[in-house]
Design a protein around this ligand. Structure first.
Ligand SMILES: Nc1ncnc2c1ncn2[C@@H]1O[C@H](COP(=O)(O)OP(=O)(O)OP(=O)(O)O)[C@@H](O)[C@H]1O
Ligand SMILES: [Mg+2]
Length: 257
């Protein structure tokens, strides 16, 4: 069983420290949720895990089965089985969903074996259809340009399809409040549920207690001031829904002191 270990991570953006000692261990087969007020560093964590150049790790470690993830290029991280879905995915006009996914699959195959000629097109089409059926997606979707004119919900579907195709060991899903309607939340949830199992570890970043009615995390963490200040089970999310974050501010302040 694989594990992704984040140890005492400190991250700065333009000399401003955002993550201030964040620790979290995600094991294959587990679903974790991170919640927390706006601007506490949740997306910063996601971008740092992806290897975004604007985010400087000043100390701490991220280990995938003991291997230093922070030294890997973003595509190496992906090949190692870490998948990240973003708040704001980019559009790629001229590249269809199917072509995008096929080149992603093939670049991964080539990384494993430089001689690989790529997945034969009929095999790829069959695989893609099966995935789309499993996610209850219309097959026409594969022929559309990636994220070009996609609605929020369609972007989410494209991400989930990408995840289904790449079969990561760990998926980090950064959701946003804006633009995601209840359908999109359901799409994400159903997709994650369809893919989850002993092979996949999921870290879902969300403001929505609602989302957690669909995706059932075993662990819920609250992030404030760049750290995790509280961890618990699903009941923690319900408690937050009712009481907000104020009761944790003191604890966050103590941690900061
Ligand atoms: N490129 C940047 N330059 C300067 N400051 C930044 C940059 N990116 C993020 N920040 C700051 O870092 C802090 C954390 O931002 P982050 O996006 O990680 O928060 P978040 O927890 O994801 O918030 P939300 O819940 O609103 O999505 C914020 O104060 C933000 O303004
Ligand atoms: Mg965010």
């Amino acid at each position: 069983m694989s594990q992704l270990e984040i140890k005492d991570l400190h991250v700065s953006i333009e000399d401003k420290e955002i993550l201030k000692g964040l620790s979290l261990t995600l094991k294959q087969g587990e679903i974790h949720a991170i919640m927390g007020p706006n601007g506490t560093g949740k997306s910063t964590l996601a971008y740092t895990l992806m290897g975004h150049p604007n985010y400087t790790v000043t100390s701490g470690e991220v280990l995938l089965d003991g291997e230093n993830v922070l030294e890997m290029e973003p595509d190496e991280r992906s090949r190692a089985g870490v998948f990240l879905a973003f708040q704001y995915p980019v559009a790629i006009p001229g590249v269809t969903v199917a072509n995008f996914l096929r080149s992603a699959v093939n670049s991964r195959r080539r990384a494993e074996n430089p001689e690989d000629k790529g997945m034969p097109i009929p095999e790829f089409r069959k695989m893609l259809k099966e995935k789309m059926d499993a996610l209850k997606m219309d097959h026409n979707f594969a022929g559309r340009y990636l994220n070009d004119g996609f609605s929020g919900g369609e972007k989410k579907r494209a991400e989930i399809l990408q995840m289904a195709t790449l079969k990561p060991r760990f998926a980090i899903l950064d959701e946003t409040d804006s633009g995601l309607d209840i359908d999109a939340l359901r799409i994400v949830s159903e997709g994650v549920n369809a893919l989850s199992g002993p092979e996949l570890g999921v870290l879902v970043i969300t403001h929505y207690q609602r989302l957690l009615n669909y995706i059932k995390p075993q662990f819920v963490h609250v992030m404030m001031g760049g750290r995790i200040v509280e961890s618990g089970g699903p009941e923690l999310a319900l408690h937050l829904e009712e009481h907000g974050y104020d009761w944790l501010r003191e604890k966050a302040d103590e941690a900061a002191a």
